[in-house]
Design a binder for this molecule. Structure first.
Ligand code: SF4
Length: 146
């Protein structure tokens, strides 16, 4: 089906025990970074963690996802909202794009409002306007992800 897109998700290893509840809900509802798929069928063909700082699994996991047909890799919202946010986020994005020629989207589910409030106070995202854009959504939606 031409309107189907296959994706993989890579989460921050700090949340490696995460069951993926927020990501999968957002994927189902096409919220946050998944809103780009509003008119598409989406199949999740890979889900893993980065392997822990400095993110050794980033070197290999996208290859498996690509073999499963993934066209887009999502770096999960946890990399953006964790304390501190992942310092290698843009390196991961650039590496996956360059080595595997896959599209990379930063983020999965909407930023939870409680994380949003703390990072705004901290000024964490001062130069991250573009980075947080796909998961910023609006307050009403962010509250649903607390
Ligand atoms: S901060 Fe970055 S490198 Fe460290 S565990 Fe999280 S995603 Fe991996």
């Amino acid at each position: 089906m031409s309107d189907e897109i296959l994706i993989g998700i890579i989460i921050c290893d700090r949340y490696r025990a995460c069951g993926g509840g927020k990501c999968l809900r957002a994927l189902h509802n096409r919220e946050g970074a998944f809103s780009i798929y509003k008119d598409k069928e989406v199949k999740l063909v890979g889900y893993t963690a980065c392997g822990g700082c400095p993110g050794g699994n980033i070197e290999y996991a996208p290859e498996e996802m690509k073999k499963n047909g993934a066209k887009v890799i999502h770096l999960a919202t946890g990399l953006v909202v964790g304390y501190p946010p992942c310092p290698r986020l843009t390196q991961f994005r650039d590496f996956i794009r360059t080595k595997y020629e896959l599209e990379v989207v930063i983020g999965t589910h909407p930023i939870p409002q409680n994380y949003y409030k703390v990072h705004k106070k901290l000024g964490t995202w001062v130069r991250w306007d573009k980075i947080i854009q796909p998961t910023l959504t609006d307050e009403e939606t962010r509250l649903l992800y607390d």
